[in-house]
Design a protein around this ligand. Structure first.
Ligand code: ADP
Length: 220
């Protein structure tokens, strides 16, 4: 597959989510065309984004004039204004932008976006809510769901695993999770192997099915 990581991206809607996304892409060396209908928002970002313009993305002629049909990737970061989000996504599909990402504020909103041409739908509020729930309710220091079934958590090691080489601890059989990396109290993450011996102040990254990762974190 061709490497498309540096192809230019259109980002539409520059509130908190869209502006953070456009700035991060720019930092990574990706050319960004950033669009928002609010001139004030555009003005605020003009010093930090090379191509940021005021336009109504629900106007197909405005999108054409900005050269949007030449892009193969776009992100619709309009959320709360659902009508504008849906209309913009459908216009991008009509303009044959191949890779459309869209932000949804509800599952129903997301299903509509998929049906009208969004290839990827993201739910930042839901995802962050889920993540914070795991941090607040348990012993996890960090938590990321990779898909519907799998997650990675950052936790301290359960006492029974301290001082035992991982290869002898039988983690997959016992807990259904794998330790993929270890971070000593002083220092950065390093890949974990069968010979890795955990110390009490370590943080570990465990990967597995969500229910298993949750159960493992409860045992810490
Ligand atoms: P969030 O939920 O992330 O705070 P909103 O959905 O409220 O974001 O708004 C996202 C941004 O999208 C706002 O900056 C708003 O001005 C912009 N926006 C809304 N409608 C349009 C449109 N038709 N064309 C371009 N930008 C729009």
């Amino acid at each position: 597959m061709a490497d498309r990581s540096n192809e230019p991206v259109v980002v539409i809607g520059l509130a908190r989510f869209g502006s953070a996304l456009a700035l991060e892409l720019t930092e990574r060396g990706v050319d960004v065309l950033a669009i928002d209908s609010n001139p004030r928002t555009v003005q605020d970002l003009s010093g930090r984004l090379a191509h940021v313009v005021t336009a109504d993305a629900t106007d197909i002629e405005a999108l054409r004039q900005l050269g949007v049909p030449d892009f193969s990737r776009a992100v619709v970061a309009i959320g709360t204004n659902m009508e504008a989000s849906i209309l913009t996504t459908s216009l991008l599909a009509e303009l044959e932008v191949a890779d459309i990402w869209a932000k949804a504020v509800s599952r129903r909103h997301g299903r509509i976006l998929e049906r009208i041409g969004a290839r990827h739908v993201v739910y930042p509020e839901y995802d962050m809510g889920e993540r914070v729930a795991h941090l607040v309710s348990g012993h996890m220091q960090d938590y990321v769901e990779l898909d519907e079934a799998h997650a990675i958590a950052k936790v301290g090691p359960p006492g029974e695993l301290v001082g035992v080489p991982l290869g002898e601890a039988g983690m997959p059989a016992r807990y259904g999770v794998d330790v993929i990396a270890v971070k000593p109290a002083e220092g950065g993450f390093e890949p974990a192997g069968p010979g890795t011996v955990l110390a009490p102040g370590d943080a570990i990254l465990v990967l597995g099915r969500i229910s298993r990762v949750e159960r493992f974190a409860d045992a810490v």
